[in-house]
Design a protein around this ligand. Structure first.
Ligand code: SAH
Length: 400
């Protein structure tokens, strides 16, 4: 007898010969070209069992109609997908964040669930001072949203759950997928604290879940380098890096983004932290254009663009985009200046990103020292068998 709230397994997929190897190594994706045949009557978002060509049970996952990934694996063992299963996975994710020391008086925002890295593929959930903003990237997770919200609400520190839907899922679905408050209440002004700095979180209309938690450690690092320095923070969103440069008494901070609503929030964040002063300026502009001719001799430039490549066939153009952007910054920064440059494109791996910065340096005709490699923090964990999860890569470089 399945438990009351168990999600029914609606069918079975049998893989082609040798296509079971990735799953046996706990890689959580089944690509459409790996499937030999299917049994049963199942639809987009249903739970299906996956079997090898020889009939070996490989696990259970969410079936997805659109896109190249047909199944996102929930478990590699024979277990029921129900409220208890979700409770365990979510509690486990919460415990990881506690171990990392991310829930404290000084810090009450972090990524609580990072999809494959927390063994819940297709689900992102960010925690902001009690409020969880979840984002569904698969139909299966969207259909399980009420069960997920129930599990989240069972955590003592969670007071509300809001559900968002990724743009790719919206595009791939014929239904009108709703964004909605699933549990609790959210205050009019949601303020979260990251390493002692307060941020207003625009959970409803802001980008992604409302804030970019993956740069927490890199913001601290840049802050510490900023004393007495002239800083240009491009693609600044609501001013994550800028606040830490202000905290550490930068000489001036220029924050640039193409989104005026993001900059409006940035101005609110400055006030919230008592940083209103003459030495900050917001610039609403296209970063790629603006950076071609910089009016100031900056000591530090931050380049944190959105993903230029969302798919493999967009990769070539993306790399050219990263190269041009970086070459312009490298060309113009003052001698001894520091650039923190990032890519969050999943399809651009570390080697490709590194080589792109090499190409930018050659084109700018400047010598460069690599000071540090920058990565995503521990609340964006990756299964060791799923390197695709390592999406954020960066370099801290000194330009001579
Ligand atoms: N560094 C930020 C996160 C950056 S997200 C932080 O610490 O929070 C990427 C940002 O780039 C978004 O705010 C988006 O509005 C902005 N953006 C996208 N295209 C842009 C462009 N061409 N010029 C300037 N900003 C752009």
């Amino acid at each position: 007898m399945p438990a009351m709230n168990a999600i029914e397994v609606k069918g079975k997929l049998v893989l082609r010969s040798k296509k079971d190897q990735a799953l046996r190594r706990f890689h959580p994706w089944v690509f459409s070209n790996a499937i030999k045949e299917s049994e049963g009557d199942f639809e987009d978002g249903d739970c299906v069992e996956v079997q090898s060509n020889k009939g070996k049970y490989l696990g259970i996952g969410h079936y997805q109609d659109s896109g190249s990934i047909s199944v996102r694996m929930l478990s590699f063992f024979n277990e029921e997908i129900d409220g208890n299963f979700l409770n365990d996975r979510i509690q486990n994710a919460w415990n990881t964040r506690l171990k990392l020391g991310l829930y404290s008086e000084n810090n009450n925002c972090f990524r609580l669930i990072f999809a494959e890295g927390d063994r819940l593929p297709g689900l992102i959930a960010d925690y902001y001072a009690g409020v969880v903003v979840m984002q569904c990237h698969s139909s299966g997770m969207y259909q399980s949203r009420h069960l997920i919200a129930e599990s989240l609400m069972s955590l003592e520190a969670v007071t509300a759950v809001y559900c968002k839907v990724s743009s790719s899922l919206k595009k791939g679905s014929s239904e009108n997928l709703r964004e909605e408050l699933l549990a609790g209440n959210i205050p009019d002004q949601l303020i979260a604290t990251e390493n002692g700095i307060k941020f207003l979180i625009d959970w409803k209309d802001g980008q992604k879940t409302g804030f970019f938690l993956d740069q927490r450690e890199n913001r601290l690092l840049i802050g510490e380098l900023s004393k007495g320095k002239k800083v240009l923070n491009t693609f600044c969103y609501t001013g994550g890096f800028s606040m830490f440069s202000m905290l550490h008494e930068a000489e001036l901070v220029h924050s640039l983004d193409s989104s005026q609503p993001a900059l409006d929030l940035l101005e609110e964040n400055l006030k919230l932290n008592g940083f209103e002063s003459q030495n900050h300026q917001s610039i609403c502009a296209d970063a790629v254009e603006h950076i071609k001719d910089l009016p100031e001799d900056y000591d530090i430039i931050i380049l944190d663009p959105p993903a230029f490549a969302k798919s493999r066939h967009a990769r070539h153009n993306a790399v050219q985009g990263y190269k041009r952007l970086n070459a312009a910054a490298i060309r113009q920064i003052k001698p001894g200046g520091i650039i923190a440059t990032f890519s969050c494109s999943q399809v651009v791996d570390y080697a490709l990103f590194y080589n792109t910065i090499v190409a930018a340096g050659i084109s700018a005709e400047r010598e460069i020292k690599v000071l540090k490699r920058l990565i995503q923090p521990g609340d964006h964990p990756c299964s060791i068998f799923h390197p695709e999860g390592e999406y954020l890569k960066g370099l801290l470089i000194e330009v001579l």
